[in-house]
Design a protein around this ligand. Structure first.
Ligand SMILES: [Zn+2]
Length: 84
């Protein structure tokens, strides 16, 4: 099972077959701030960083060949690999 997984991920990039793809996403962060009179600037007193979430609409790039696409393109790629 793991061997199959590794075999398929070795060909993840649709263009060059590279093994790793970079996904761009955003994370929601919350900051509690005060206004510090001494420095005349905002000061962060607490911060909470949310979970990173990505889905098929997120942008994906291949660091090896500069392929650009979406996570959805990769899902299609995986479907092709796993059904061939
Ligand atoms: Zn590539």
């Amino acid at each position: 099972m793991l061997k199959d997984f590794i075999h398929h991920t070795q060909q993840l990039c649709p263009q060059c077959g590279g093994a790793s793809i970079r996904i761009t996403t955003t994370v929601e962060a919350f900051y509690d701030i005060i206004f510090d009179a001494a420095s005349q600037d905002f000061a962060v007193i607490d911060e909470v960083v949310g979970d990173a979430v990505w889905d098929e609409r997120n942008h994906a790039t291949c660091p090896s060949c500069n392929w650009h696409g979406t996570v959805g393109d990769l899902v299609e790629r995986i479907k092709q690999l796993t059904h061939s």
